[in-house]
Design a protein around this ligand. Sequence first.
Ligand code: UDP
Length: 237
Amino acid sequence: MKREQLYSGKAKTIYATDNPDTFISEFRNSLTAFNGEKKAEMEGKGYYNAQISKKIFEMLEASGIKTHFISMLSDIDMLVKKVEIIKIEVIVRNIAAGSITKRYPMKEGTIFEPPVLVFDFKSDEYGDPMLNDDIAVALGVATREELATLRKLALSINELLVPYLDEKGILLPDFKLEFGRREGEIILADEISCDTCRFWDKKTGQSMDKDVFRFDKGDISKAYEDVARRIVPEIFE
Ligand code: UDP
């Protein structure tokens, strides 16, 4: 059962439960972009993202990746294991898009082989600046050993996600992961959804993710629903 609200982020709210070892992560309909500057509400967004995340967490667990996912308590409420979130946004890039094409001479669509991994400091106050290992260690956000583990886990997750999505006609240019510490281990936390990944339709190259909202590329509701139809077709039966 939901107890007190512990934390409310841009898209999810975390609640305590009767069990001190679990939280409830509620996926809300709020959408934000550009560090909270652009805001909107979208009917059904929380539902689609929760269901997409659940399905992807289950797929990863079945392939040996530990995640915080336990079960769904409702359409939008995910029961998760309590973790201590590591303040690093781990970004995996397979195809150049978004900020990397603005900060570096890299044209959108350039394929990264091998993938490019970026660690950003998870801090709204500082605008999520990019880290290197020395800065991360000096900040105390992770040890060198943990950074190596994050790298390994993120690349393993990418290797599972790319073919999984490709089969569904979806390209994965990039995505963001967050991890947490739990019982001496690092496990995958947060979400994997249309808000945290770039998804491009394999045939048309069109965005099916938060870029539709960020750059007013069309009907965001239709884009998220289309991804849900491909990843969790069972919810439409
Ligand atoms: N991303 C995210 N949260 C953030 C920053 C990035 O989920 O705070 C995701 C974003 O949706 C994209 C990937 O990480 O799939 C890479 O984002 P990028 O660094 O290009 O930033 P953006 O262009 O989204 O500002």
